[in-house]
Design a binder for this molecule. Sequence first.
Ligand code: ADX
Length: 196
Amino acid sequence: MVMSNQQLEGSTVTAALRAARNRHTGAVVWFTGLSGSGKTTLAAQLERVLFEQGKEVCVLDGDSLRRGLCSDLTFSPGDRKENIRRAGEVAKLFAEAGFICIAAFISPYGSERELARGIAPAGKFLEVYLSAPLEVCEQRDPKGLYAKARTGEIKDFTGVSAPYEPPGRADLELRTDLLSIDECVARVLAKINTLT
Ligand code: ADX
């Protein structure tokens, strides 16, 4: 049976229909910051809280994408750019499907973060800068990578032998070395509520 254009339009699941059922719109919440700044930890906690609130939520994390979708990429500037482009495209698909997509990537270049904002649905992108100082991240060194970067065992390590461009005008900046995780979650939630 051939469907008319009108019938097809009537059957389309629009962003508005999804938002009405979910009681929130899709969005991309983009965490940027040095390795060890708390992106993964905060993403997991925020996801848990949003999930408990009945929201559609998911996390995209640098470490996990680099094990799969982006396993062909290195940490060269060009490959980091491609990493963020892919992450931005996937985040956009989730946002369009109605999810609050939390993306946790070092994303060291301002231009790539702007690219990710441009890919996301208009007005539905929050840039959250986790701004713990390098010394604190290095002291935490949860994966032992800073130590390896200092000896040169790991090359092009962000903050040590590769650049990190701090956001000039993030939607939210969180000093994760000074604030508790609960406080950080509360501040991100307040921002999310302004867009969804
Ligand atoms: S990004 O720069 O391309 O945005 P991404 O967030 O995907 O980085 O991955 C960062 C993770 O890769 C770090 O948390 C760390 O575990 C690991 N890693 C391995 N090598 C490096 C490196 N040279 N620089 C930064 N992170 C690295």
